[in-house]
Design a protein around this ligand. Structure first.
Ligand code: AMP
Ligand code: MN
Ligand code: MN
Ligand code: MN
Length: 277
């Protein structure tokens, strides 16, 4: 098996269409793929069809944006029913918030010299206000040579304390888990090593997540160092959590891990697919 349970397409802030993404995943040897766009399900039908045609297993997924103690936390839902009405309605509230935030963010960026920020970011997002992510603004700013890469735009403009950052209230993790569970899915705490808090706060987040029925955490992701991977392997063992792995691929030159080029989990862990297989 070669698993990738976390990646993005043009249905959110990925650079490849679902078709292109699946083609690339297949070429990279993926046998088990989940597409997990931010707060969006619209890429899943076509991605599933492409995966089936190529003869690989496909898992319907989504990455739900959440707010927890003022911080953005992401919960991946895997093996969800994409026709589940409460899930669809919940994701729409997050997506509606995205559209409103984008207007404010564009104003903030205009003030630091980004011309026609909203119009151009919107073009990057295929004209869809409800999927506008910081990544789309970052791509516009790379084109403007405001910074040399998407990563540098984030560092200098789009994170807390920088001029283009707009605080935003997403769903609560309780809401996200309710939606995912209602849709028959498995909730995975995405890239836990990426959140800016200390170990005590992290323990509280993980305890709350487990208390709400969360069953898995992402151990291997492009966002984790080798040391962090070892740390989260141990956390899975200690807390009897299932483990997930995914690239978090967004596009060539933008992501540390290519889609499908995700190392295997250590054998001692319980892989997340056991929860639906
Ligand atoms: P949003 O959901 O619109 O707030 O944007 C979050 C997305 O921005 C994440 O899913 C990543 O794709 C991207 N992102 C966040 N932080 C960084 C960073 N430091 N460097 C590059 N991309 C980032
Ligand atoms: Mn993203
Ligand atoms: Mn994420
Ligand atoms: Mn992601």
């Amino acid at each position: 098996m070669r698993v990738d349970y976390h990646c993005h397409s043009t249905a959110s802030d990925g650079a490849l269409t679902p078709e292109q993404l699946v083609t690339r995943a297949v070429r990279n040897g993926t046998t088990d793929l989940a597409l997990t766009d931010h707060d969006q399900l619209s890429g899943l039908m076509i991605a599933r069809a492409c995966a089936q045609q190529a003869g690989i297993r496909f898992v319907d997924g989504v990455e739900v944006s959440c707010s927890w103690r003022g911080m953005s936390v992401h919960i991946v839902g895997l093996n969800i029913d994409i026709e589940n009405a409460p899930l669809i309605a919940g994701l729409q509230t997050n997506a509606g918030g995205r559209a409103k935030r984008a207007v404010v963010m564009a104003q903030a960026l205009e003030e630091v010299g980004v011309k026609n920020a909203l119009e151009r970011a919107l073009a990057e997002a295929g004209g869809r206000m409800d999927l506008l992510a910081r990544t789309h603004f970052a791509r516009v700013m790379v084109a403007d040579k405001k910074a040399e890469s998407v990563r540098h735009v984030f560092q200098n403009y789009l994170v807390e304390g920088k001029p283009g950052f707009v605080p935003h209230e997403w769903a609560s993790i309780e809401q996200a888990l309710t939606w995912i569970h209602d849709a028959g899915g498995v909730a995975v705490l995405a890239h836990p090593g990426r959140y800016p808090h200390d170990e005590a706060s992290e323990r509280e987040l993980v305890a709350e997540f487990i208390g709400l029925g969360g069953q898995a955490i992402e151990v291997i992701t492009g966002a984790h160092s080798k040391k962090q991977i070892r740390y989260y392997v141990q956390m899975c063992v200690d807390l009897n959590l299932h483990a997930s792995s995914g690239s978090d691929f967004h596009g060539v030159g933008e992501s540390k891990m290519d889609v499908g080029r995700v190392p295997n989990l250590p054998e001692k862990l319980q892989p997340v697919y056991q929860l639906w297989a």
